[in-house]
Design a protein around this ligand. Sequence first.
Ligand code: FDA
Length: 305
Amino acid sequence: MLRSVILAASRSSQVERLVATAPFTRDVVRRFVAGAATDDALRATRELVADGQAVTLDYLGEDTTTPEQANATRDEYLRLLSRLGAAGLTPGAEVSVKLSALGQMFDEQLAYDNARAICAAADAAGTTVTLDMEDHTTTDSTLDILAKLRKDHPSTGAVLQAYLRRTESDCRELASAGSRVRLCKGAYKEPESVAYQSAREVDKSYVRCMNVLMSGDGYPMLATHDPRLIAIGEDRARWFDREPGRFEFQMLYGIRPDEQKRLVDEGYTVRTYVPYGDQWYGYLMRRLAERPANLAFFGRAVLSK
Ligand code: FDA
């Protein structure tokens, strides 16, 4: 119930204005977002790389409504990739891209052209791109664009969301040599017709999808903070002889850093998803919805002002 309310608020510009101007917001944002500028993204990347981690960087923004916004997002990714390459931070650091930030909602061809430019820049910098997955109305379009991008940029990765009923079948399609798939639970509010609703059903689907990916020929990226699923991931890695380097764990910036360190110390590849930029509202609200206990963190920030 609380999750639904927070996810509904994540689409409200009125609530956004309220949250964005509240004095306590900065402290909360700082926990989940590396900062507003490209320099902040590079600083966070250097720190994580020094700790033995890999990184994927997300320039925050989604649902852009004009070509100018979409092209500005593309240009920031081009700048970021060139700086990552120049700083010697690739291939350890790659980028994650939301197609809706590149124009998908109003011009699919523009989103594809922008994504293609970002993939070319990633190639030049010696790294890769992963396409984030947004709500279910965009899944087909995102997978179509992925297939087109992979013709010239075969290492382009996709995200699949275990809460969608279709995902086990999508995993089978994508568990082929050269493909990179990030498996997550899914962060949007979705109807029962397309998505499992209970945590137990989502977790069971996650395990089925993980089995498909770990037993397949692609490169699985297990994106979860869930201790039970991480333990099952470690088990499947042993079962399917996937030594570290043939799959990876992924977590979000600021969430379970101790577990990230434990996995690095165990010799696993761990990639942290680092968001930066000033369009943090939708991202922050999804993090609050995942774990309403984070509202207490919000509450403490309010009381301390
Ligand atoms: P779950 O939410 O059950 O959490 C398990 C445990 O992890 C919690 O008990 C808590 O300890 C900890 N935890 C989880 N979330 C937390 C939070 N916000 N704050 C503090 N602790 C928390 N989704 C999507 O729809 N499209 C996408 O493209 C992506 N991309 C993506 C990339 C990466 C690298 C990750 C890790 C996640 C995503 N997601 C995503 C988000 C994903 O779908 C999911 O919403 C979150 O990862 C939370 O699910 P968990 O698997 O962590 O389990």
